[in-house]
Design a protein around this ligand. Structure first.
Ligand code: UGA
Length: 430
């Protein structure tokens, strides 16, 4: 199949490489020529495991090309996927300016019938509005199909290849069947529906997962108050197949470019439709408070003044296996520690270059290993769930001057640390 993917962010770049790897002829489009040059020369604009190799393999075998000309990109395409950003506007709704910019250009440059699919996460009703908008500007026939994306950063290639389901929404059954052909070989269920349901499935899924995280974060607070252990509670809950074990890790709160934005956007869409979404209101409040719950554990020991304290901070990315720091709660916490006067020695396997841009270099140093970050510090905070933080050198932990460890991801073995004489603070765990 001939495919054009517009936008080379997470969804667009990973999507174009994976579609090409499935044997399709794919052209990736981005209006930033520097980014195109970078990708073609083998430098990925984002860190994503396996992406560099997949892109270069498919450029070499001729399945994948990139261009900064949307006109050339869509010329022969049967399906055009729009994968541009939909950032949060000031009022909390999704900002659709990039979608409409692309819609304008497609309307201008489209010379043959196509299927146009918005893969970016867009509020319910957007595909239909954009369809009508393009229709008002061109006489060329086309179909609108909503195919929301469910990949996670850090495991996006695997997520696309082993997706739990594909969702395809359109008014036109033939267009649905055509798009379904692209995904049928995966063998996973395909949900075929109308445009609006497809759009809402995406928001509902992300909001439900965010709700699950906020729920377990509140349970963790009850665990702290009652002496229960949240990891055991989550294990016991998760074994119920109606609940499932995933997304029950208590934490400093969810972050990233999706959950905070999408929960807020669904809340806003509901308000606009005249419905107050009570649960999402609480989910957002719980998530906002969760970092302060963690910080309160630090303040309980040190008070409000951390001047003269040297803190080892492990993790800056919003989660493991990514260099992405958008809406990272780890970054928020480091900022607050710096505001309280602390000196921070930070380490993150991938996110330090991005972090430097927002945290600066005053009273914070970026170390080249977890060991280096731990050396000569008073206490430790663990802020991102990188697997490699699970095993920390015992002697270095014992070397912490105040013997205090604050684990915002429940990663470390608290029982063992306590046996060693370390004061271990975490989120609802023993
Ligand atoms: C999320 C969804 O999981 C994807 O299915 C979706 O496609 C994507 O958003 C999107 O809309 O594009 P992502 O933002 O990459 O993916 O990250 P997640 O793995 O979902 O993690 C989100 C946040 O929740 C992270 O800050 C993570 O640390 C936190 N989290 C996750 C927890 O605090 N506890 C958990 O149990 C799981």
């Amino acid at each position: 199949m001939k495919i054009c993917v517009i936008g080379t962010g997470y969804v667009g770049l990973v999507g174009s490489a994976v579609f090409a790897d499935w044997g399709n002829q794919v052209i990736g489009v981005d209006n930033n020529p520097e980014k195109i040059k970078m990708i073609e020369s083998g430098t990925m604009p984002i860190f994503e495991p396996g992406l560099k190799e997949l892109v270069s393999k498919n450029i070499s075998n001729g399945n994948l090309k990139f261009t900064n000309s949307l006109k050339d990109g869509i010329a022969d395409a049967e399906i055009v996927f729009i994968c541009v950003g939909t950032p949060m506007s000031e009022d909390g709704s999704a900002d659709l300016k990039y979608i409409y910019q692309v819609a304008d250009e497609i309307a201008l440059e489209m010379k043959t019938p196509k299927i146009i699919s918005i893969k970016s996460t867009v509020p319910v009703g957007t595909n239909r509005k954009v369809r009508d908008y393009i229709k008002s500007k061109t006489n060329i026939d086309f179909d609108s199909v909503s195919v929301p994306e469910f990949l996670r950063e850090g495991s996006s290639i695997e997520d696309m290849n082993k997706t739990d389901r594909t969702v395809i929404g359109s008014d036109n059954k033939e267009a649905i069947e055509k798009v379904a052909k692209l995904f049928e070989h995966l063998g996973s269920p395909i949900v075929k529906c109308d445009l609006e349901s497809a759009e809402l499935i995406k928001y509902a899924a992300n909001s439900f997962l965010a709700t699950k995280i906020s729920f377990i974060n509140e349970i963790a607070q009850i665990c702290d108050l009652s002496g229960a252990d949240v990891t055991k509670v989550a294990e016991g809950m998760g074994l119920d197949s109606r609940i499932g074990p995933k997304f029950l890790n208590a934490s400093i709160g969810y972050g990233g470019s999706c959950f905070p934005k999408d929960v807020q956007a669904l809340f806003k869409t509901s308000e606009n439709l005249g419905y107050h979404f009570n649960i999402l209101d609480s989910v957002m409040k719980t998530n906002k408070n969760q970092k302060y719950y963690f910080l309160a554990k630090i303040k309980q020991i040190y008070g409000d003044n951390l001047a003269g304290k040297k803190v080892a901070a492990l993790g800056l990315a919003f989660k493991n296996d990514t260099d992405d720091i958008r809406e990272s709660v780890a970054i928020d916490i480091v900022k607050i520690l710096l505001d309280l006067g602390a000196e921070v020695k930070a380490f993150d396997p991938e996110a330090m270059p991005n972090s430097k841009k927002v945290l600066g270099e005053t009273r914070i140093s970026y170390e080249n290993s977890k060991e280096a970050a731990l050396k000569d510090t008073d206490f430790l905070v663990v802020l991102t769930e990188w697997k490699e933080f699970k095993d920390l050198d015992q002697n270095l932990i014992l070397g912490l001057r105040d013997k205090n460890v604050f684990d915002g991801r429940n990663l470390l073995d608290g029982v063992k640390l306590k046996e060693l004489g370390i004061n271990y603070f975490c989120i609802g765990k023993k």
